[in-house]
Every structure is written in structure tokens, then in C-alpha cells.
Ligand binder design. Sequence first.
Ligand SMILES: O=C(O)CCC(=O)C(=O)O
Length: 223
Amino acid sequence: MNIGRRAASRYHRKRDRTRSHRCLERKASPARARSRHYSGTPAKNGFEGHHTVSIYNLLAHGKEFEKIPIHPNVLPVIEGVLDKECLISSLSFISIDPGEKAQPIHADDQIMPVAKPHVLFVCNSMWALTDFTEENGATRIIPGTHLADSSPEYGKHYDSIPAEMKKGSVLVWNGSLWHGGGANKSSARHYRNLVGHIDKKTPAQRLLGETRDFKSVWDLADR
Ligand SMILES: O=C(O)CCC(=O)C(=O)O
């Protein structure tokens, strides 16, 4: 599969990776700064959590957030997976407090009534604003499940592995991949940005109360 190989290999070269970490961190940190002034409360449901604050649709919260979904180190990979001119289906900030339980395993495309496996049309990314460790709730993934012929059963336990990564890293995944936020067993708050991109021919990915203002990456990147 063509997943923006040149962009991906550039990203993996050590010098670039170091630079990109610093750069990604700088670009994504407004979300963390803002969270200090944000008096959000957990949604208190089984999916969004009881100790997790999510701020949805960051595009409606300030121009600075526009830099995240079109970051030059990440967008070419996303566009290599989807296509040019994909839509941004969500841009969220998530802070997970100690004591949060693991999120139910799910696939981001499972609300769409399309038989599986199918052609990829959702590609999401998780931006680590703090180190992702198994202890503090790194996203849990089940490799290979993007090829499954079904979606996970809500609330069922599945063996998964933590996507541990350093602050400033970005995890990109196929929207069919089974995954979920991990439990935060540490004593510190854990921050991340969740960015969704969908193919331009596909309707909304998530309808979790976000104010939806679909923008194409072309709008933001001024192409
Ligand atoms: O926070 C995470 O690690 C995963 C979040 C997620 O998958 C979701 O909210 O849909």
C-alpha cells in the first residue's frame, strides 16, 4: 500500500525525527496551554470516561489549532493513505486524569454501515503532548484488526498492546483498527490531541456532540 513512503521514510530518519519532535510539540502545545484555562468536566459516560476531559472541534477554539491537521511531517502520510483534499472530521484535545479506566475497544469507522473489511476511508492520528506509557494510559491497539470482517463488541475485553511513545510523537492509524484509550494508573494527568481525517467522499466519522464544521485540508493549507 502506498502510505506516503517518501514522507514516512523522511520522518523516520533520526535527524528529522528529532527536529520533528520539537516542531510537533511546539505546534501542538497551544492545546495544552489552553487546557490550563479550561474548566471542562468529564462527560461521565462509558466511552468518553469519568476522569477524562475532551475538548472537541479545536478549530472553533482558535486559529493556532489549524496548524495541527496540516503539519508537513504528518499530512503527507495521511494523504498517502487517504487521498488529497481529505476532510478533517475531528480535532480534539483529551486530558486523562489518574484513575481513568480503559476506554472500550472500538474502530473509528464502525459507526458507518459499511461491510468490513473495506477500502480505507478513515485515518486518524494521536499526538503525544506528554509521554505515552502503559502506566499513564497510552492508546491500546490490536495490530492486524484493520483487516477484520467485523467491529469489536462494545465493552468486551480484548488483548491489546500499548502504543508507547515519547512526547512530540504522532501515532497514525487506519480507521478500521481496533483500539481504545488506556487506563491511567499513574498519578499524573496525561494529555493528547486526537486528529481525524476522512476521505473527502465520506460522511462524518464521529458524532459525539462535536460542533461540526468540516474543512478540507486544502482550505487550511491554502493550496
Ligand atoms: O485517547 C485515546 O487513546 C483513544 C481515544 C479514542 O480512540 C477515541 O476517543 O475515539
